[in-house]
Design a protein around this ligand. Structure first.
Ligand SMILES: [Zn+2]
Length: 433
């Protein structure tokens, strides 16, 4: 389980953490380059164990490496092992590990046994990290387990520390409640088949925040134009400040969206025997959302903050959450073929598929065969529920790519060593282009 808290480093600590973050990123790039070089020149696959030895030697000579705590460096290399493992795992959607640019999210990771945590009061705690000492964090919820790793990161709002915690919680026995079907709206809503109105995501920004964001965007545009015209494109301190202010609002917005998604998926998983969802082509949809995944180094194609904030609530993310939460709460996630759910009549006695029933872009579904009328999204949710209850996909499902497999990951196909070599070759050439 992951736990994330606001971290409050002192200005001195902040400076050092920023430096470490950049060093860790530089080390990642260096290590990736070394692995690619070793493979190209000698067809050797380097792993963290071997690179760790190189790192130990390099730390004696390179100052910025020596300043970075040794465990952080080791952790970077371990993450790279994982990134490559995921890439070569045919059932994992991860792409080839990428180099990290300067603007990449600052992250410093420690293994759990290298950090100490102590509680200060009901609301405050401290973490002790190597070469730095104690940093306070806001204990907004109980840790509830053994810390396996700790990652310090920074976003528009400020610093955070997140822990991987082994809670030892066993999955609950199957929920003895009726199931439901859910039709997810484009970005901000979900319609549950057993309810009579959609669950709308509350506005992620207040009116004043929206106005402020607009004002800041205009200010940024003005300052950027000025910088281009008079300073040869060099950003002024004021422009940087404006950018940080925008990032802060965006980060808040993303936070609220995430909150909505988590509450929605938890509620669904907790209170339903099964949850039926459409089996959409998640991989295509998360293609540009890879930056929203929290694991460092796993999918490092980070996108702009704006993108990320929208995609925090994307179908792939909702499904990912439902997958582990359903397992945890004893519910069952059933992905049903998405084909024609919006034009199938929800009336159990009818069930005819006809695009005519869904005239125009209106919210109304009116069956042309039996006269059944319903909200279009609710009708779709009912149809999804019906398909989930039946369990077996219609015969067309196979051909259209649907599956009842409850996994976002690609189906595990037996890949021959040849195909792995081909994938690696392709990726290597792609990385060098
Ligand atoms: Zn009908």
């Amino acid at each position: 389980m992951g736990r994330k808290y606001r971290l409050y480093p002192t200005p001195t600590q902040e400076k050092v953490l920023t430096e470490w973050g950049h060093s860790a990123r530089a080390l990642w790039n260096l290590a990736l380059e070394q692995r690619q070089y070793a493979y190209q020149q000698r067809q050797v696959t380097l792993r963290s164990v071997e690179q760790g030895l190189h790192l130990t030697v390099a730390r004696r000579e390179i100052a910025w490496l020596a300043e970075l705590p040794a465990t952080v460096g080791q952790q970077v290399l371990r993450h790279m092992d994982l990134a490559f493992d995921n890439f070569f795992n045919a059932s994992h959607p991860a792409g080839y590990p990428q180099f990290k640019k300067r603007g990449h999210k600052l992250k410093v990771s420690f293994p759990g046994q290298k950090v100490k945590i102590r509680k200060l009061s009901r609301r405050w705690a401290e973490i002790c990290i190597p070469k730095m000492g104690w940093i306070r964090f806001r204990l907004s919820r109980a840790l509830g387990g053994v810390v396996r790793n700790a990652t310090i990161s920074k976003d528009g709002v400020g610093w955070h520390v997140s822990f991987g915690v082994a809670t030892g919680v066993k999955p609950l026995p199957p929920v003895d409640k009726p199931g439901c079907g859910v039709d997810f709206g484009v970005a901000a809503s979900a319609y549950v088949s057993t309810e009579d109105r959609p669950r709308q995501m509350p506005a992620s920004l207040s009116t004043t925040e929206k106005a402020r964001l607009k004002h800041l965007e205009q200010k940024k545009a003005r300052q950027t134009t000025y910088a281009k015209k008079h300073q040869g494109g060099q950003y002024s301190k004021r422009l940087r400040k404006t950018i940080a202010q925008i990032a802060k609002i965006r980060a808040k917005q993303a936070c609220r969206r995430r909150d909505f998604t988590h509450k929605l998926t938890t509620e669904l998983a907790k209170n339903h025997g099964y949850v039926g969802i459409e089996d959409l082509r998640v991989k295509n949809m998360t293609k540009s959302a890879r930056g929203s995944v929290k694991n460092p180094g796993m999918r490092v194609k980070a996108k702009a903050g704006l993108n990320r904030s929208i995609l925090d609530n994307c179908p792939g993310e909702r499904r990912r959450q439902l997958e582990y939460k359903c397992r945890l709460y004893g519910s069952e996630l059933r992905a049903v073929p998405a084909i024609h759910t919006s034009v199938t009549c929800g009336n159990p006695a009818c069930g005819k598929v006809d695009p005519e029933s869904r005239k125009g872009c209106g919210r109304l579904f009116a069956c042309v065969h039996c006269g059944f009328e319903d909200d279009a999204d609710h009708n779709a949710a009912v149809e999804i529920d019906a398909r989930a209850r039946r369990g077996t996909p219609p015969t067309r499902a196979r051909r259209t790519g649907g599956s009842v497999n409850n996994s976002t990951h690609r189906r595990l196909t037996a890949s021959s060593p040849g195909s792995i070599r081909r994938r690696m070759r392709e990726a290597q050439t792609a990385a060098f282009e």
